[in-house]
Design a protein around this ligand. Structure first.
Ligand code: HPA
Length: 267
């Protein structure tokens, strides 16, 4: 049996028969939502083929179970490209999500903002992305399915429903374009200036490869950034991973309200 087949069997056995409806991938410092799931937790290290991320602020664990009335898998952390130079690090988790029955995934991340009207502590709904890394998780994929259409990659219906959920909760949720920078070093102010000219609203080190993989597997996608800082050169705070971990929980509290409203009210 393939590694993903073995992991799938373990997840199915551990979680009972009911199909999963949706997946949630939590970004740096956004892990608290995983604690609300009533279900079974799996350490990534116990799942064959699973990428075991070792970034502080990212629990290397998933929980499969019930959250706000839906059957979900919440991935407490993700493997980043910058950990091992693998753009397809999240391929097996997304493949398994699909295999377990999910038709959609919501990705979250911590990001630096370019927009004074979306300051640290606020959230941004991603409307589209710029793959500034030039990397692609489907390089090496041999089937014609690799030619993924990325127009409307961020599902318009999910975006509308998430915006409505934010409005109902009284939480500001502006939309914008996210650019993927490989990391792990942060960007230079000159790079931020270049990204700004290209039309970036927020920058981060994740999400884009996962969106490409999720579309490849036929999942509908939405993504929300928790803004932890102004991007390099645009603000006065000292940018660091510690600052990201300290600031992400401010956005996480609002994110949880939006997700609760969205998950409990959508079919
Ligand atoms: N750049 C890249 N990734 C980030 C940032 C940033 O400014 N803030 C949080 N994650």
């Amino acid at each position: 049996m393939s590694k993903s087949g073995e992991a799938l069997a373990l997840l199915r056995a551990g979680a009972g028969g009911a199909p999963v409806e949706l997946g949630l991938i939590l970004g740096s410092g956004l892990g608290q939502i995983a604690e609300l799931v009533e279900g079974v937790a799996f350490e990534y290290s116990d799942l064959p083929g699973f990428p075991v991320s070792a970034v502080s602020g990212h629990p290397a664990r998933l929980v499969i179970g019930d959250l706000w009335g839906k059957r979900v898998i919440v991935f407490g952390g993700r493997m980043h490209y910058y950990e091992r130079g693998q753009a397809d690090a999240m391929r097996i988790p997304l493949e398994l999500l699909r295999a377990l029955g999910a038709d959609r995934v919501i990705l979250t991340n911590a990001a630096g903002s370019f927009r004074p009207d979306i300051p640290p502590g606020e959230l941004m709904l991603i409307s589209d992305h710029i793959n500034f890394s030039g990397l692609n998780p489907l390089i090496g994929e041999e089937t014609d399915a690799r030619f993924v259409n990325m127009t409307n990659a961020y599902c318009p219906d999910m975006r509308a429903a998430l915006s409505a959920a934010a409005m109902a909760e009284g939480v500001a949720l502006k939309s914008g374009i996210y650019s993927w920078y490989s990391g792990p070093s942060f960007e230079t102010p000159a790079e931020i200036n270049a990204l700004k000219i290209l039309g970036t609203d927020a920058v981060g080190m994740s999400t884009v490869p996962e969106v490409i993989l999720a579309r490849f597997f036929g999942l509908k996608v939405a993504a929300i950034s928790a803004i932890t800082n102004m991007a390099a050169g645009l603000g006065s705070e000292h940018i660091s991973h510690q600052h990201t971990k300290d600031m992400a929980p401010v956005g996480a509290a609002k994110l949880a309200r939006i997700l609760e409203r969205y998950i409990s009210t959508t079919a």
